[in-house]
Design a protein around this ligand. Structure first.
Ligand code: HEC
Ligand code: HEC
Length: 325
């Protein structure tokens, strides 16, 4: 008996020391820094065409503005993110206007690309919450840069300082464990032809718009390098937060007829994507509004989503709807 108590005590002590050690380690590490990988800029952006700037604007509206657009300055000068879990502390999206002091006016294109692809800033600090655009094509990447260099009011130098991040212990712990930088692509990243609907749709879902990040089971089990290996790929149920700070689950967007979007027509899907109007009613933030999707994109997204393995997964929001469908 005494022996068991002794062993039990020793085990407890080891656990306690391990937990304490982890806490101290996270506090000491804070937000990790990494060696900055150097990216080769695939397409020089010097000769940006109006078409490129226009595509860049569309992509930034779809994938950056929800976090970086400040409604007061009407520019990408950043603000505190209210739609992240409260337990993460205070996180501010950065000023990414052309301001040389407070924005990214002094960043080279290669530095911006490295951050977008890997999550590592030019100072080596890992950027929190910022999504990684691992599979975005070089062409799309260059178009976004072209827009960031353009004369649009959104990117004109705004002298708004970005407050220092105040990540909680939890966020720091995640930044040292599950949130990891992703690798730079080793070669060029070319998009498939838009006429190949399913292949192009996959590109839109994993590369251009990253739907899979929000729509698979959990950010923590997503696989940025091999998206299809993310747990519950496109089956929804990832717990997110609305702008009002309420919890919301992403929906199942596989073609399961009961819990997914298997019974939707392409036109209904287009309405949901462009105007946030699903057959069951309006969709809430953080589902972005992709107001500038082309018919070709809607068609490709729809074709691809119909083709991925169906998952049966009703989310909390589905409760009523599943019954009434
Ligand atoms: C989910 C919200 C979110 C989205 C979407 C997002 N960002 Fe960010 N971004 C952030 C946050 C938060 C930071 C600051 C993180 C930090 O400092 O730890 C940041 C930082 C940055 C920085 C670094 C600036 C600096 O001075 O450190 C750049 C550049 C940037 N984002 C560009 C973009 C672009 C371009 C897009 C769209 C392709 C985008 N971001 C999409 C949240 C987001
Ligand atoms: C930032 C996270 C996020 C991203 C990125 C995102 N979604 Fe969503 N999406 C959501 C959330 C959250 C909902 C649920 C909204 C609600 O219940 O009101 C949703 C709802 C939907 C719905 C409605 C499904 C239903 O049953 O009503 C569809 C369809 C959809 N998303 C498709 C997409 C596609 C396609 C993409 C990429 C082009 C995408 N989403 C990108 C978070 C996201």
């Amino acid at each position: 008996m005494k022996r068991i108590v002794k062993i039990g005590g020793a085990v407890l002590l080891v656990i306690l020391v391990a937990v304490l050690g982890f806490v101290v380690w996270v506090q000491v590490c804070g937000v990790p820094t990494y060696e900055v990988p150097t990216s080769q800029l695939p397409t020089p952006v010097v000769a940006a065409t109006p078409t490129q700037v226009d595509l860049g604007e569309k992509l930034v509206m779809a994938s950056c503005a929800d976090c970086h657009l400040n409604r007061q300055t009407n520019s990408l000068s950043g603000h505190q993110l209210l739609n992240i879990p409260k337990e993460f502390g205070a996180v501010y999206s950065a000023n990414i206007t052309q301001d040389k002091t407070h924005g990214i006016g002094n960043w080279t294109d290669a530095e911006v690309v490295t951050l977008l692809r890997t999550g590592i800033g030019r100072d080596g600090r890992y950027r929190l919450i910022m999504p990684h655009f691992v599979h975005m094509s070089d062409e799309d990447m260059s178009s976004m840069l072209a827009f960031l260099h353009s004369g649009s009011p959104w990117v004109k130098p705004a002298p708004t300082p970005t407050p220092a991040q105040q990540p909680s212990f939890l966020l720091k712990a995640l930044a040292n464990t599950v949130m990891k930088p992703t690798l730079l692509p080793t070669g060029s990243v070319a998009p498939p032809e838009p006429t190949e609907a399913i292949t192009y749709g996959r590109y839109l879902v994993v590369g251009r718009y990253q739907c899979f990040e929000c729509h698979s089971k959990d950010f923590k089990t997503n696989n940025a390098e091999h998206p299809e290996q993310s747990e519950g790929y496109l089956g929804g149920g990832n717990q997110l937060v609305t702008l009002q700070g309420q919890s919301i689950y992403s929906r199942n967007i596989t073609a399961d007829p009961e819990t997914g979007i298997g019974t939707w027509t392409e036109a209904q899907f287009g309405q949901a994507m462009r105007y946030g109007m699903a057959p069951s009613g309006p969709l809430q933030n953080p589902m972005p509004k992709y107001s500038r999707l082309t018919d070709e994109e809607v068609h490709a997204l729809y074709a691809y989503l119909q083709s991925v393995p169906k998952i049966k997964n009703a989310t909390a929001e589905d409760g009523v709807r599943v019954a009434t469908r």
